[in-house]
Design a protein around this ligand. Structure first.
Ligand SMILES: Cc1cc2nc3c(=O)[nH]c(=O)nc-3n(C[C@H](O)[C@H](O)[C@H](O)COP(=O)(O)OP(=O)(O)OC[C@H]3O[C@@H](n4cnc5c(N)ncnc54)[C@H](O)[C@@H]3O)c2cc1C
Length: 531
């Protein structure tokens, strides 16, 4: 089995960002695309609503920019917003060329309108846009002779010249755990791209799939990159609460069609928080649910649409109806148990317009990056657009700097001589659970200084324990994810502690008002520890 691979570009992640970049690059470069699980996994696969872009003559880039800025709580970077929005139409045209089928009405593509958008501008493939996009791009990638796809390959850490003790720091590859063989292989490339998605799995409840552990952010941080605005986690107000229902969203349309949020005693409560009631913006509804859950000490609240005619409910929400019925909940007759859930990571690895990070040769694109687009809150459906736009601009930058790879002998093979098989895997599952629980309780939708300090204290202890464990035992997917989750949780806590105001998605009872200036929270690593 080959232990050392060479490519012009190594792309870690097979979501919208990674595949788009691979397809652009494949015209001129040999590319490896890695996914730590199946290729069809990650948030892209789950995306339902669609992609925001100015496609209608009554709409304008000005209006899309304005909507993005106002959702972002004055913290979005105007240049990033303009750059992204102005490349919307060509990104969609490119997807259509690749063969993605978008829903059409009589004479054109059907566009929907979502919360925060002043115009109809969401192009979609029924209610499964991510699936349509990702499966088409995977087909194209499989057909390309210049792209090699690797499933079940987990990036462990980046390899930089600094790490190798060489001058002129640059990223030259990554150590990758091949889950099929259990061995760590070297993937060497002069251009390495982190397209690893978000970090919502740092929270107990999330709409994301299990792999959303912020691996790219943690690897980049360990290698010496800055990260920005990690305190802004978007929470979706209503995720199904059921032991067997992992990550199932109950769309906002249920509230739009008259669904009422109720307490365990059946009483409605949203009117106490906002005069728009159930139709208040996402963050207000999520905060209200969180407040009531904490006040009552209960595990979930309920969303009730059963007062509507059964046929109406079944025809408007067929997927939700069927999924809930499978779990024994008939939503035409009874309320749906719901909790808010971590949904989107607005912050990430600091990049420029070309996806470049602080380390030469290392790029970050998609949800793992911090481009400045989302500010303090993401406008719905701007995230897939960001993946497409920055994947293209990063690939153009790679084209301009294609260089010869380093000599194979420079990178040492992974050394496993000092580690043994673990006999205490319970530590991993326990710590994993503990992080996600205290992040939910103390660093969730509503924060206070005291809660953040508690969380900081716990993460410091866990960090120590996990580092020790990592240096003694053989690595596994679970251990790698736990190690990354601990880094990401620490970055979120530290960023939240630094923001002494309430802005966008960051709400703290100790500083409930906006601060005088809109500033990013940028963290810089002070030591480049490998472990
Ligand atoms: C339920 C849901 C609905 C959504 N709906 C919409 C929507 O309608 N419109 C919209 O714009 N956005 C939506 N979003 C957000 C959007 O889907 C994501 O932001 C976007 O898909 C992220 O794409 P990505 O390519 O950056 O990462 P992902 O699609 O998450 O892909 C990450 C990839 O990285 C790989 N990976 C991660 N770590 C490693 C590692 N260590 N080694 C190797 N591989 C690794 C994973 O295996 C995966 O292949 C939704 C999100 C969710 C969860």
């Amino acid at each position: 089995m080959k232990q050392h691979h060479h490519y012009d570009a190594l792309i870690i992640g097979s979501g919208a960002a990674g595949l788009t970049m691979a397809l652009h690059l494949s015209q001129n470069a040999r590319v490896a695309v890695l996914s730590k699980r199946a290729l069809k996994s990650g948030s892209t696969w789950l995306a339902q609503g669609g992609i925001a872009a100015v496609l209608d003559t009554t709409d304008s880039t000005q209006a899309h920019m304005q909507d993005t800025m106002s959702a972002g709580g004055n913290l979005s970077h105007p240049d990033a917003v303009e750059f992204t929005v102005s490349h919307g139409k060509e990104s969609i045209e490119w997807l259509i060329q690749q063969g993605v089928h978008f829903t059409q009405d009589s004479d054109d593509y059907h566009l929907t309108k979502e919360g925060g958008h002043s115009h109809r501008r969401i192009i979609h493939s029924a209610d499964a846009t991510g699936k349509a996009l990702q499966s088409t791009l995977i087909e194209r990638a499989i057909a390309s002779p210049n792209i090699d796809l690797y499933e079940d390959h987990i990036a462990v850490d980046l390899i930089t010249r600094r790490k190798l003790g060489l001058a002129h720091n640059r990223c030259v590859g990554a150590y990758i755990l091949n889950e099929k063989t259990g061995h760590v292989e070297v993937f060497q490339a002069p251009h390495v791209v982190l397209a690893t998605g978000g970090a919502s799995k740092a929270y107990l409840y999330t709409s994301n799939s299990d792999g959303a552990t912020g691996d790219g952010i943690a690897m980049a941080w360990r290698a010496g990159c800055r990260v920005g605005n990690m305190e802004f986690n978007q929470f979706h107000p209503t995720c199904l609460y059921h032991p067997q229902a992992k990550s199932f969203l109950i769309t906002e349309a249920v509230r739009g069609e008259g669904g009422k949020l109720i307490l365990p005693n059946g009483k409605p409560f949203m009117h106490k928080f906002d005069k728009r009631g159930e139709l208040a913006p996402r963050d207000i509804v999520a905060r209200a649910i969180d407040h009531e859950m904490k006040r009552l000490g209960c595990d979930c609240l309920f969303l009730d649409i059963s007062h509507k005619p059964a046929e109406f409910v079944r025809s408007h929400f067929p997927t939700i109806y069927k999924r809930c019925l499978k779990l024994g909940i008939d939503i035409t007759k009874e309320p749906i148990p719901v909790v808010p859930a971590a949904h989107y990571t607005c912050g990430g690895i600091v990049t420029d317009e070309k996806g470049r990070t602080d380390i030469a040769g290392l790029y970050a694109i998609g949800e793992t990056s911090f481009t400045g687009l989302h500010g303090a809150n993401r406008l719905a459906s701007n995230s897939l657009l960001e993946c497409l736009v920055y994947a293209k601009s990063a690939s153009q930058d790679v084209f301009n700097s294609l260089t010869t790879p380093l000599d194979e002998s420079i990178i040492p093979a992974w050394d496993e001589t000092q580690v043994t098989d673990s006999d205490e895997d319970v530590i991993i599952s326990h710590n994993w659970d503990e992080i996600r629980r205290f992040m939910w309780d103390y660093v969730g939708i509503v924060r206070t200084d005291k809660r953040l300090q508690r969380a900081k204290h716990r993460i410091d202890l866990l960090h120590q324990e996990i580092s020790e464990y990592y240096s003694h035992y053989k690595i596994s997917n679970d251990l790698l994810e736990l190690r990354n989750l601990a880094v990401v949780a620490d970055l979120i806590i530290r960023s939240a502690m630094l923001r002494q105001e309430s802005r966008g998605l960051h709400y703290t009872l100790d500083y409930p008002d906006l601060g005088p200036e809109a500033l990013d929270t940028i963290l810089t690593p002070i030591n480049f520890a490998w472990n």
